[in-house]
Design a protein around this ligand. Structure first.
Ligand SMILES: [Cu+2]
Length: 383
């Protein structure tokens, strides 16, 4: 045995092990544990996108097998042999072959291209009519604001919430979107494709969900365009409800929060004066119903968007999560948030400029443990 051959053996085995490891890892990526997958569509729009991907995947696989098969066949069949010095037949300028390998790809591309272009137009069509639920979306670094422009309470206020979108099942929902700062992208993988959310521009996206989600299992959504420090924590939830449950939710959200008059919640309300520099809450007190914090809007292409400095807290206690769909809404997480928000979510509040409307996170107010406790009681009571 030649020395080089002996050396080659362990290296060869290493390569096999490495190959198996890489293949294993890539296959593990196919396990069904990821909830943010576009491969389990939950509505007709996501279905049509998934169907296109299946079609393209199957055709690409067939082409891949034919091309690679041909390659390996040629490598084996025409490889150089020790006892055979002759060259295989050389071809040049075979008109039939050239016509064939021009026409076949044209046919393949056209048969993929037609359904894709049709699909793009389908998905981009803005639904119309009285049954369409209209929701305006404002992207902020690093949270989402939702306004249901057609859902108006007795006091004339529209329904405004943050980071948790409720929609009725089997209903077209037209999102009209803009950004208060940089480019974001709105993405609920099981319901629709991604759509950029761009400052000074209005974009639209249609959502349509087949079935209501269990109360504790909303569809996950995520900002899909890198937008700075907390981009990965710019998430949201989509709760799908039966029409009756949705109507109940709307009724609750349109009612103002109650101004507490005694106990920890009332002490919390006293401490809340710090918070209303940025946060609004619609509160029913002795002087009637009022917005205690700033209500700001943004005019883009003739559309008026609600564009607050921070999430509306009127019904904070009814949310499952906070910090843009990132943390469980419970006392423990809220206590950590109020003690030092930046400790929980990476943000840059030192760059805030309230006058200019530029907010990059919630600052630390060095609240006492007592204030934190009282504020939590206040906010969790605002269901
Ligand atoms: Cu973003």
């Amino acid at each position: 045995m030649k020395p080089t051959q002996r050396n080659r053996e362990p290296a060869g085995r290493f390569r096999v092990v490495a190959l198996v490891a890489v293949l294993g890892l890539s296959l593990a990526a196919c396990s069904g544990s990821g909830p943010q997958t576009a491969l389990n569509p939950e509505g007709p729009i996501a279905d049509s996108i998934n169907d296109l991907w299946q079609l393209v995947f199957i055709m690409a696989t067939v082409v891949f097998i034919i091309v690679q098969g041909g390659l390996f066949y040629a490598m084996g069949r025409f490889r150089e042999r020790k006892d055979d010095e002759s060259e295989p037949v050389q071809l040049h300028g075979n008109t039939k072959l050239e016509i064939a390998w021009t026409i076949i790809p044209v046919v393949i591309l056209a048969s993929i291209g037609y359904p894709i272009v049709r699909g793009i137009f389908d998905v981009r069509t803005i639904p119309e009519g009285p049954d369409v639920l209209q929701v305006q979306v404002t992207g902020h670094q690093w949270w989402w604001e939702f306004e249901y422009v057609d859902l108006v309470g007795d006091d004339g206020r529209t329904l405004v919430t943050a980071n948790e979108l409720y929609i009725p099942e089997r209903t077209d929902v037209n999102l009209t979107m803009t950004s208060a700062d940089v480019i974001h992208s709105f993405w609920v993988p099981v319901l629709a494709g991604k759509r950029d959310v761009v400052p000074n521009r209005v974009t639209n996206l249609t959502l349509h969900a087949n079935n209501a989600t269990p109360p504790d299992q909303p569809h996950p959504g995520q900002c899909a365009e890198y937008c700075g420090l907390a981009h990965a924590d710019m998430r949201f939830k989509v709760h799908v409800r039966t029409q009756a449950d949705f109507d109940n939710w709307v009724e609750g959200q349109l009612a103002p929060a109650a101004e507490p008059t005694e106990g920890a919640a009332a002490d919390g309300y006293a401490a809340f004066t710090t918070c209303i520099a940025c946060h609004n809450a619609t509160v029913a007190g002795s002087d009637g119903v009022e917005d205690v914090g700033p209500v700001r809007t943004l005019e883009v292409d003739g559309v008026t968007f609600t564009s607050s400095l921070a999430p509306d807290l009127t019904h904070f206690g009814s949310r499952m999560t906070f910090g843009a769909g990132t943390f469980e809404n419970d006392r423990e997480h809220l206590a950590r948030w109020l003690a030092n928000p930046v400790d929980l979510k990476p943000m840059r509040p030192e760059l805030n400029d309230i006058e200019a409307g530029r907010i990059l996170g919630m600052p630390n107010f060095n609240l006492s443990d007592e204030d934190i406790d009282n504020l939590i009681t206040l906010l969790e009571g605002w269901k």
